[in-house]
Design a protein around this ligand. Structure first.
Ligand code: BJW
Length: 263
């Protein structure tokens, strides 16, 4: 069923010259990628994603953590962009000065046609070794877990770096680690200068990423949110659209096109 937008909800997007789409795990939920604060399933049900995504967990049990990322990588490879990702790419076509900033480590924005999303928390597909000068590493050629379901996967020893022999780790940002400087700078610059920031599918509790919509609001942008649940970001949002990304974003794009008068 088509999402019924409140009147004028698309007006800010229809009038905007600079847009930021800021996304979190909820954006990929309808592609079958679990969110962070969902309960894990199958073999992983005993674990807490928030505890696995830490340097301490990798240090203590690298096979467990690498196995979890192998399982997630396999799942993302099988996933397809959903109408929310496609609508995000359509916003870029509608308003050329649009920056997509994502906390997600999947590649579904890219596969939906988004130009160059800014990845604040890294990527599942860019492992590197744990040495201080961090050599980029190739993914294993026949990834473990490619066909394994959550009950079949499990512990997988991480590869070793072919330059220095150190353990290879996922190229993501764990708690307590700094975000990639270039990505954070690009995100802050985009937030400061946009007219509209659309925050989609994030709980807004993980910092510094959660500052991005707040920075946009402080800089005078209209901040809009798409999320079925309330979040701490509600307070900075002029418009809160309660619904899922795959339902709300296509309706918003259609209404913004109508407002602009394009088809
Ligand atoms: C739908 C939907 C549908 C469902 N449609 N919506 C300030 C205050 C307090 C603490 C801190 C602070 N500053 C820093 C901290 C510490 C910490 C932090 O934020 N802790 C808080 C949890 C308390 N931050 C850090 O440690 C960061 N690093 C740092 O600060 O470094 C400082 C430093 C500087 C210099 C040198 C050294 C250090 C790093 C944070 C890294 C976060 N990493 C993770 C894992 C990434 C890798 C991986 O994927 O495995 O990133 S944790 C996890 O949370 C992941 C996510 O990107 C991130 C955000 O989660 P997200 O996307 O919001 O998902 P969920 O699951 O939380 O929410 C989903 C939402 O979708 C929900 O609202 C649903 O309702 C909704 N939804 N279905 C639309 N269909």
């Amino acid at each position: 069923m088509e999402y019924a937008l409140p009147p004028d909800a698309a007006a800010p997007l229809g009038q905007a010259r600079r847009v930021v789409v800021f996304t979190g795990a909820g954006m990929s939920a309808e592609s079958g990628v679990p969110t962070f604060r969902d309960d894990l399933t199958g073999l992983w049900a005993r674990f807490d994603a928030m505890q696995l995504a830490t340097p301490e967990a990798f240090h203590t049990d690298p096979d467990l953590v690498w196995g979890w990322y192998e399982w997630r990588r396999a799942r993302v490879r099988r996933a397809k962009p959903n109408p929310g990702h496609l609508a995000t790419a359509a916003i870029e076509a509608l308003v050329p000065d649009t920056v997509v900033i994502t906390q997600n480590v999947d590649d579904l924005h890219e596969r939906a046609g988004s130009r160059s999303p800014v990845h604040l928390h890294g990527s599942l597909f860019a492992p590197r070794c744990i040495a201080e000068d961090a050599h980029p590493a190739a993914l294993p050629e026949t990834p473990h877990g490619e066909t394994a379901g959550p009950d079949e996967g499990g512990r997988v020893p991480p590869p070793r770096c072919r330059h220095c022999g150190a353990l290879v780790r996922p190229g993501v940002v764990w708690f307590g680690e700094a975000l990639p400087e270039a990505a954070l700078t690009a995100a802050v610059e985009a937030a400061v200068s946009c007219d509209v920031l659309l925050t989609v599918g994030t709980s807004g509790v993980v910092y510094p990423a959660a500052e991005i919509p707040r920075i946009a609001a402080r800089s005078g942008a209209t901040v809009m949110q798409v999320n079925p649940e309330p979040t701490p970001l509600d307070e900075v949002c002029a418009i809160n659209l309660r619904g899922t990304a795959a339902h709300v974003l296509p309706a918003l794009v259609a209404a913004a096109r109508d407002a602009i008068g394009t088809t």
